[in-house]
Structure formats: structure tokens, C-alpha cells
Design a protein around this ligand. Structure first.
Ligand code: PLP
Length: 410
């Protein structure tokens, strides 16, 4: 047996364990300050599921306990009741998709990682830096060549095509960790690039519902031609509190075709449908999301469900505003926070990411995430999230003001 030694090339991720270690050490050394620590580093939601979701799931559990309504294996690609709801959801955004282009998943992470099954190892992959690490690590595991794109303040953290050619492009908008959002114009450049280069765009829209400003695209399919070159990944994790419940969906359009390799010398001609390949992949390796969870997800897309999840989003958006306003007041440069739950700030006084982490922890007991953990361009940056408790977020920002404006507000 030979192991897949590409795994040896995947960097160990110490980011969150390092953070936990430093916080624990601090609390041990300063037991009197232990209860004052405020965590604004987490990327997990803190509000519970919306009442309509709980109600739908409870009803589904009851159905599972009765012979007549019990369900065993469901369709691997998801129940029609949920796929149809997602079609309607897209229609409201004036995007027309078909139910069999929607694949229900147990979250965006699995699909973003598993989609690599469809692509040859010889493809070159383009990934912005800093980045959600799953794109990088899954491609390293497969042994693909990666070209990194610099996402910096010079390009508003939304890089556009560079001279080099790539076959697979990862875009995440609104972005984790930078909070930046692609404009339609910038996204169009990528769609044009992909169509011209026979490339595919893997578009991660896990935070689409955090977009509040008009005219910013919430789906890549708002760009003409995208159905011929893009797969879109969505998640109910952050938008509807499903991080623990697990549900997402992936759109693989029928128009998305890949040229058949002449080298294979296979019989038959015509292009290969990625929709068909993904269906084959999912029906072979995946057995679907539980009926109960899909009923809960269905409730998210009802009128009442949308109203309730937007209330929760409003809570996080208010936290984001409190953080963003504080940074503005203190003259600390940042991106995100308006159309995203993340605030990506430039560490003041040219501090490094970890240096700033320690500085905040020791002086005001606020925990965030060092940008360096998301790639080389993250050095010197720091991520704060709006997923925390409202009062704690306000308190953390008071402490920020006291620390950076020299006031004695605290
Ligand atoms: N995509 C991005 C950009 C994320 O930040 C996350 C989670 O933090 C995910 C996908 C994973 O989402 P899910 O919980 O649906 O697997």
C-alpha cells in the first residue's frame, strides 16, 4: 500500500489551537481576568435556530416515528420539496435555475472539498490569498498546482484575473476572512476569463444573505454567461444558524460543459456535463441529508422563515456595525462589516497579526483571529466577527476605544 503522500504537503493548521492555547495560558496566569475575556474570533453563530425551523423539524421527527409517514433513504441529491423551494428563492433574485441543478448538501465545506473529484489532477488552480483554507488544502491533497492571487487593500481584497492561465478558480464573496464583496463588474471579468480559457469558477456564496447594499451580486449567476462556467456553493450555516444542524446546497448548471479530452481517445463525442458527473459522484459517495434537517431547511425558505432568519442576521449586522463604527472612529483601516459578518482590520502601529493578538488579549482581554492564519497576505491583519453576543461586542468596542484613543472610558 502506498499512502497519498500529497497529504504530507498539507500544512498543519495550528491557528485555532494556538489561539486556544494562548487564551488558556493568559487565563491561568491571570485568574482575576478570566471572566473578562471576550471572544470575537469565532466564525460560529450564537443565536438558536428560528422558531419555524424548530417547528418543522419537530413535526418531521414525529413523522419519522409513525409507520405511515416514516422515511428511510431519501434521494441523494435532496428531496424535491427543498430543491423546488431553492428554485423559487433564486427566482426572487431573477435567476432561473432548474430543480435538478440544485444538489442538497450537508454544508458548503463538504461540497467545496468534494467537488475536486470532478477535475483532473493536471489542472492548475487559482486561489486568492488570504483565503478560507479548505480550497487550498483539498487541492494540495489532490496534488494540484496552485497559483495564489494577492487579495490586498490595493484591489479592495477582490483580485481580478492576472496574466496567468488557470483551469479552476475559487472565488468567495462575501469573503471569509476579508469581508470584501465582488462587484458585478469585477465578477464579470472572471466570467469572461473563465469562458475564454475553458476554466471553471467555484463560487462560494456561503455569506450571500449578509449583503445589504443594492447592486452587489449575491449569486454569480447574476452575471450573464456564468451558467456556462460556474458552480455555486451555498450554506444555511451562517445565514440560518445551521452550523450544527448541517445543510447547504450546490448549483451545478446544465449549461456547464467541459470539453472531452482528445487524449482519452474514448468513443463518443460532445462535451461532458459537470451536472451529470456531480450527480454520479453524489449518488455513489453520498447518501443525502436527513429528512428532518431538509424539512427544517424548507422552513427557512418560507415567508415566515425568511423574516425570522433576517431578524437573526439583523442582530449580527448590528454587531458588525458597532465594530465597524468603532474602527472608523479610531481611524483603524478595515474592510468588511457592511455586507459581511467579518471585519478585517489592519493592525495598528504596524504590528504583526500575532503581536496584535497578544496586545489585545493582555490589555483589553479581547480575542480575535490573526490574519496570518489565512495566508501570507493576512500578515499584519486581524479578523473580528459579529457572531458574538451583543452586549459583549459593545463592551469589547468600549475597551478598544479606551486602549486606542487613550481615553479612560472604561
Ligand atoms: N465557505 C466559507 C467561506 C466559510 O467561511 C465556511 C465556514 O466557515 C464554509 C464554507 C463552511 O460552511 P458549512 O458550515 O456550510 O460547511
Amino acid at each position: 500500500m502506498k499512502a497519498n503522500e500529497n497529504y504530507l504537503n498539507v500544512k498543519e493548521s495550528y491557528l485555532f489551537s494556538d489561539i486556544a492555547k494562548r487564551v488558556n495560558n493568559f487565563m491561568e496566569e491571570n485568574p482575576d481576568k478570566k471572566d473578562k475575556v471576550i471572544r470575537l474570533g469565532i466564525g460560529d453563530v450564537t443565536l438558536p435556530l428560528a422558531p419555524v425551523v424548530v417547528e418543522a423539524m419537530t413535526k418531521a421527527v414525529a413523522e419519522m416515528g409513525v409507520k405511515e409517514t416514516f422515511r428511510g433513504y431519501g434521494p441523494e441529491q435532496g428531496y424535491d420539496f427543498l430543491r423546488n423551494k431553492i428554485v423559487e428563492y433564486y427566482k426572487k433574485n431573477i435567476i432561473s435555475i432548474e430543480a435538478d441543478e440544485v444538489f442538497i448538501s450537508d454544508g458548503a465545506k463538504s461540497d467545496v472539498g468534494n467537488i475536486t473529484d470532478l477535475f483532473d489532477k493536471e489542472n492548475t488552480v487559482m486561489i486568492p490569498d488570504p483565503v478560507y483554507p479548505v480550497y487550498v488544502d483539498t487541492n494540495i491533497m489532490n496534488g494540484r498546482k496552485i497559483i495564489f492571487l494577492n487579495a490586498t487593500d490595493e484591489n479592495d481584497f477582490c483580485p481580478t484575473p492576472i496574466g496567468e492561465k488557470a483551469d479552476i478558480i475559487y472565488l468567495c464573496s462575501p469573503n471569509n476572512p476579508t469581508g470584501a464583496v465582488y462587484t458585478k463588474e469585477k465578477l464579470r471579468q472572471w466570467v469572461d476569463y473563465a469562458l475564454a480559457n475553458d476554466a471553471v469558477i467555484l463560487f462560494d456564496a456561503a455569506y450571500e444573505l449578509f449583503i445589504t447594499e443594492d447592486n452587489l451580486p449575491r449569486s454569480i449567476y447574476e452575471i450573464d454567461g456564468a451558467k456556462r462556467c460556474a458552480i455555486e456553493f451555498c450554506s444555511l450555516s451562517k445565514t440560518a444558524g445551521f452550523t450544527g444542524t448541517r445543510c447547504g446546497y450546490t448549483i451545478v448548471p446544465h449549461d456547464l460543459k467541459v470539453k472531452r479530452s482528445k487524449l482519452l481517445g474514448r468513443k463518443g463525442d460532445g462535451d461532458i456535463s459537470l451536472n451529470k458527473m456531480w450527480l454520479r459522484r453524489q449518488t455513489t459517495k453520498f447518501n443525502g441529508v436527513s429528512y428532518i434537517v431538509q424539512r427544517g431547511a424548507e422552513a427557512v425558505f418560507t415567508e415566515e422563515g425568511q423574516k425570522q432568519i433576517r431578524e437573526n442576521l439583523g442582530y449580527y449586522q448590528q454587531n458588525a456595525k458597532v465594530i465597524a463604527d468603532t474602527m472608523t472612529e479610531l481611524g483603524i483601516e478595515f474592510a468588511g462589516g457592511i455586507n459581511s459578518p467579518y471585519i478585517w482590520l489592519k493592525c495598528p502601529n504596524h504590528m504583526g497579526s500575532w503581536e496584535f493578538f497578544d496586545y489585545l488579549l493582555e490589555n483589553i482581554m479581547v480575542v480575535g483571529t490573526p490574519g496570518a492564519g489565512f495566508g501570507k497576505n493576512g500578515e499584519g491583519y486581524f479578523r473580528l466577527t459579529s457572531f458574538g453576543d451583543k452586549d459583549k461586542t459593545i463592551e469589547a468596542m468600549k475597551r478598544f476605544k479606551a486602549l486606542f484613543s487613550g481615553s479612560s472610558e472604561e
